[in-house]
Design a binder for this molecule. Structure first.
Ligand code: PNS
Length: 160
């Protein structure tokens, strides 16, 4: 039984994240989506931990082998806690490489039993990010298709 983690800040979940979760769920027996409470990024998240978890639960309700958990520890400790042996990350453009390789190397240094696997974003989602989605929504642009429907509604409620 292979269990993997798809970790992230998911502020909010995008269609690109969802695509990676769906493809990871097809590769491994079980996927735990790990929602990081306090990612090391400037400013606080737009959506609370509960909201971010709820969006992912709603958008992945068709996937019986996917569950969602919030975490506020080292990723390798969270992996240990949920008994996962693989970390799955999505890779978009070249700009992701340096940060992702650094995290993978440090996670390997912290716990070499846990493998990091990368899944390439499909071309449609290569330049999609949560921050771009928030910027478009803040300026009144349409984010339909870039995020699951549950997030489209939440963004318009939050930013109106
Ligand atoms: O969606 P993001 O912001 O790219 O996700 C980053 C995340 C949450 C995967 C990363 O910040 C993380 O793993 N945080 C947990 C703390 C940790 O283990 N840090 C050391 C990894 S180098």
């Amino acid at each position: 039984m292979k269990r993997g983690i798809v970790p992230g800040t998911f502020d909010p979940l995008t269609s690109g994240h969802l695509d990676i979760i769906e493809r990871a769920a097809g590769l491994l027996d079980e996927i735990v989506v790990g929602v990081a409470l306090s990612a090391d990024k400037g400013g606080g998240p737009l959506f609370s931990e509960e909201e971010r978890v709820r969006f992912i639960e709603a958008a992945t309700s068709h996937l019986s082998n996917v569950s969602v958990r919030a975490f506020d520890t080292l990723l390798v400790d969270f992996a240990d806690e949920v008994d996962a042996s693989v970390i799955i990350k999505g890779l978009r453009a070249m700009t992701d490489f340096e940060r992702e390789f650094q995290m993978a190397a440090l996670n390997w240094r912290l716990d070499s039993k846990i493998e990091t696997m990368f899944i390439m974003a499909i071309p449609e989602y290569m330049f999609l990010s949560s921050s771009a989605v928030k910027e478009i929504a803040r300026h009144g642009g349409s984010v339909r298709g870039l995020v699951p429907e549950v997030v489209v509604e939440a963004l318009s409620r939050k930013l109106s």
